[in-house]
Ligand binder design. Structure first.
Ligand code: PLP
Length: 391
């Protein structure tokens, strides 16, 4: 107990379980628990079963330890949206391959990504994005993706309202990329929290229609991320059903020799391996006030999708169960909107001083928090051994 686990740049205290961490640290602030075996196993399963090349979408959780654990689980490719993300990945995993998969970059970032980190894959979604990119990189040795807009009702968060060219503009963009000397490729991202495999069937079908009309064949098609995860009150099909839909749709994609699908999962890889241990500060009937909230680890609950996480409760460091009741959960800040959207079923006698462990909270949680009202915790530990997170 209380050993230290070194992971790339970071060192973490390690505990066999949450009870041991609570008795050793008696934490007043939230503690975030990385379950390394869960991260490795999640990555392994995805890489072994997806019919194509898996790029982890770093934005979902850019913690170096998480990146390293996914690498240990078999992920070798990383979808990055900025130079700092690329630097973080390469520091955690020196031989990982980073892809700069966003149509907007800071001036000079593409150049530095290529010269310093050997990045070869870039993206545009408009003809005006090509000259500034071509001015910074060696086009002959690069692959440039044209990002196409695709929309589907099953994607709770549409990711084509900001980026993505209309399908009719894609042939012109691909031709312009090829004319500048780079290998042209196609990308799209139907959205995040995609609740049905139909969205992938539809978007890969839309890509097939565009590619079929081209006078040449592209080799790489990036289908984006979006694979939804089940949470309490938010049921979605198992990952295998999404992959089966992708594999079937891929058969109709007219690709060049050596053609390959790329995929950019964020949530599916980042979510399962992290839990947040928070304390109940105050109970007012069915309202609980916690030491973390919507400006902290729960921030992504403001978007459409799930409204709560799986939870386990502890009193004096030991798990508690028994008859339950529904509670509304509030964060610690002064803001009236600092309230979780979904009610949560908890032991009916839950009280101030008890702890709640929220599982499956690794995606869009650690990154994206604020220190609003002075509330922020960077206490992160490893839970190593047989213990598993809630969910
Ligand atoms: C371009 C791109 N790729 C991948 C992802 C990852 O999405 P998800 O976490 O839903 O898999 C996102 C999410 O915003 C994205 O914008």
């Amino acid at each position: 107990m209380n050993a230290t686990t070194a992971h790339s740049l970071e060192r973490y205290r390690s505990f066999p379980g949450v009870p041991e961490l609570l008795s050793a640290l008696a934490p007043a602030k939230p503690v975030y628990c990385i379950y390394p075996d869960v991260y490795r196993a999640t990555a392994r399963e995805f890489v072994d079963t997806f019919p194509g090349r898996v790029l982890y979408a770093v934005k979902a959780n850019a913690r170096p330890a998480v990146i390293r654990l996914l690498y240990e689980g078999g992920v070798r490719h990383f979808d990055c949206a900025s130079l700092p993300e690329i630097a973080t990945v390469r520091e955690a995993c020196p031989d990982a391959e980073c892809y700069f998969m966003v149509p907007v970059r800071l001036r000079g970032a593409a150049r530095e990504a290529q010269t310093r980190f050997g990045v070869r894959h870039f993206m545009i979604d408009h003809a005006s994005g090509l000259p500034p990119l071509a001015a910074e990189i060696d086009m002959q040795s690069s692959v440039v993706f044209a990002r196409m807009a695709v929309h589907h009702v099953a994607a709770l968060q549409d990711l084509s309202s900001k980026f993505g060219a209309a399908p009719e503009h894609i042939p012109g963009l691909l031709e312009a990329i090829a004319a500048r000397g780079a290998e042209p490729a196609l990308a799209f991202n139907v959205g995040s929290a995609v609740t049905s495999p139909d969205a992938y069937r539809y978007s890969i079908g839309a890509a097939a229609d565009v590619l079929a009309e081209l006078p040449f064949r592209v080799r790489l098609v990036d289908i984006g991320g979006g694979f939804a995860k089940p949470y309490p009150g938010f049921a979605v099909p198992p990952l295998g059903e999404y992959f089966a839909a992708v594999a079937a749709a891929r058969k109709d994609l007219p690709l060049a020799e050596g053609g390959e699908l790329l995929v950019e999962p964020g949530r599916a890889l980042a979510a399962p391996g992290l839990a947040a241990v928070v304390e109940v500060l105050l109970r007012k009937e069915q309202r609980l006030y916690l030491n973390d909230g919507m400006y902290g680890i729960f921030w992504e609950l403001r978007f459409k999708g799930h409204d709560r996480y799986p939870v386990r409760c502890y009193r004096h460091g030991r798990p508690i169960a028994g008859a339950t009741a529904r509670f509304r959960l509030y964060g610690p800040t002064c803001d009236g909107t600092d309230v979780l959207p979904g009610e949560v079923e908890l032991p009916a006698d839950i009280a101030a001083g008890d702890h709640l462990e929220f599982g499956a909270i690794g995606a869009y949680s650690l990154s994206g928090r604020t220190d609003f009202n002075g509330h922020y915790s960077d206490e992160i530990v490893f839970i190593e051994g047989a213990a598993t997170p809630p969910g």
